[in-house]
Design a protein around this ligand. Sequence first.
Ligand SMILES: NC(=O)c1ccc[n+]([C@@H]2O[C@H](COP(=O)([O-])OP(=O)(O)OC[C@H]3O[C@@H](n4cnc5c(N)ncnc54)[C@H](O)[C@@H]3O)[C@@H](O)[C@H]2O)c1
Length: 432
Amino acid sequence: MSSLTTSSAFPALDNLHVGIIGLGYVGLPLAIVFAKHFRVTGFDVDEARIAALRAGIDRTGEATPQELSSENLDFSADRGVLRDCKLIIVAVPTPIDQAKQPDLRPLFDACRTVGEVITEGTTVVFESTVYPGATEEDCVPLIESVSGLRCNRDFFVGYSPERVNPGDPTHKIETVVKVTSGGTAETAEFVDSAYRQAIPAGTYKAPSIRVAEAAKIVENTQRDVNIALVNELAVLFGKMGIDTLQVLETAGTKWNFLPFRPGLVGGHCIGVDPYYLTHKARQLNFHPEMVQAARRINDDMGEHVAIETVRLLLERKLTPPFRTLVLGFTFKENCRDIRNSRVVDIVRKLRGFNVAVDVHDPEVDPRDVRQEYGLELRETLEAGTYDAAIVAVGHKSIREMGVERVRRLLKPQGIVFDVKGIFPMDGVDARL
Ligand SMILES: NC(=O)c1ccc[n+]([C@@H]2O[C@H](COP(=O)([O-])OP(=O)(O)OC[C@H]3O[C@@H](n4cnc5c(N)ncnc54)[C@H](O)[C@@H]3O)[C@@H](O)[C@H]2O)c1
């Protein structure tokens, strides 16, 4: 994009008022770090979320009441509060639909909000994960048509992909280098300077918005492909009676062997972002074979665990009806987030075989699981009840149960399938 701006088009950082649209796992921590340097107003369409944040409660568990009470920070469900903000950051969800196509409705809704509130000189930075080109080809025209303003003349855009890792105390917004970009060189510099001030780990100014968008998708696609390879090997080695984790540990003694482990791939990043890339690729009549194969392999792992569990029970000559316990329901360990958890694939496949399944997850609010999946979590567990226990998530609390306590929940001959490999190998009957 050509530059029509001069650096004077941008406000000084001293009095910058930052608006953040979408206060979830990404937007809220961002609001908190920006509020250490700027005045910040967070806007979310979810009124209950706004009321809770105002009361000092973050149900995602990422923010403390003290952080939420910063005097530089306020929250509102009224989009009009964004009118004063000269930097608006968009952090709304970009999920996939049932057909695994990008669902851009929240993003486009946020663009309409931006179009209603921006004034001349505002810069809009997208943090939501998108396919390369989405900001400039899809978001900008929508903002222009709602606002009547022109991009790179009246308002400016940037893209700064998010790398936070909820539940991970090491890789937080403050500690990870933040990629920034802008539609013009001046916008890129303005965006980078604001983020540089807010993010202690520093920034990396990407050469363009498209590069920044693509970099984010590639980070997660690379993980997806690597995990798919070890998942495929895990299925193969399972058939050969070889323990995959032992193989990976052994191969890992080579200097350049990458330490990926088999498992379910859920959540809203690794299990979703590659679909944004394949969606864009298909529009260009290109079919990225490796990316698609990785998605297929990883999406099938939950069913594989369920089938293996039943196979092991039958191999032990145990007789149906079987009763099983799934331990852990979130998409990854030590977090409360259940969205796009692939543990549900295990539950559904087992139930499809008429196997009874109880699900227990000490980290999760049972109301969330009921609302999202129509499943009831079992909060108390009885000894000697189950034919199989499937350890699906490696929460600290589940690790601390120890395999002996898990075994006490089983009937004699019952099996422990340690999907995450968190218990010693000699204490379990199967692992991926
Ligand atoms: N969660 C992660 O670990 C992570 C990591 C990197 C990138 N991302 C990306 O960041 C983006 C946000 O993800 P998240 O996990 O924070 O989502 P989230 O669901 O936790 O939060 C999104 C918030 O946006 C609000 N919202 C939805 N539509 C809105 C609208 N039109 N206007 C205002 N508010 C709206 C929702 O009510 C919700 O509170 C997504 O694109 C995601 O892919 C997420």
